[in-house]
Write a protein of this length. Structure first.
Length: 125
């Protein structure tokens, strides 16, 4: 039996990730560009200083969004003898209960607020 390997959907995963990165990049780079222009023309105002800080925050959010997207969609490999999530493998003999849900991992926006998905494997003691 050939192993079954999960893949990330090109539009639902990578497309949404690309859209979020593009939006955050635009939202982050515009206030920073405004601040740099004000810096070259004279002393920037407090509003431009806060805008630059917000821009840096948006650019840092890009790193978090990429990390959380990849973390929330693990690579799953199912073979005749084992199941593995990313690099952690489990033998079917060790698993007592496996709960598969219809919409597992599709909690809306869960990557933004840090919700951990519930465990779907129950190991034999």
């Amino acid at each position: 039996m050939l192993p079954i390997i999960s893949r990330r959907h090109p539009f639902k995963f990578y497309g949404l990730l690309l859209l979020l990165v593009a939006l955050l990049s635009i939202m982050g780079s515009m206030p920073i560009a405004n601040y740099i222009e004000a810096q070259q023309n004279g002393v920037p105002t407090t509003k431009q200083n806060v805008g630059a800080l917000a821009g840096v925050t948006f650019l840092l959010m890009i790193i978090y969004v990429i990390y959380s997207f990849i973390k929330s969609a693990p690579r799953i490999v199912i073979n005749r003898d084992f199941i593995s999530f990313n690099k952690q493998g489990f033998s079917f003999e060790e698993i007592d209960q496996l709960n598969l849900r219809e919409n597992a991992g599709q909690a809306s926006g869960s990557f933004l607020i840090g919700m951990e998905p519930p465990c779907i494997l129950k190991m034999v003691p």
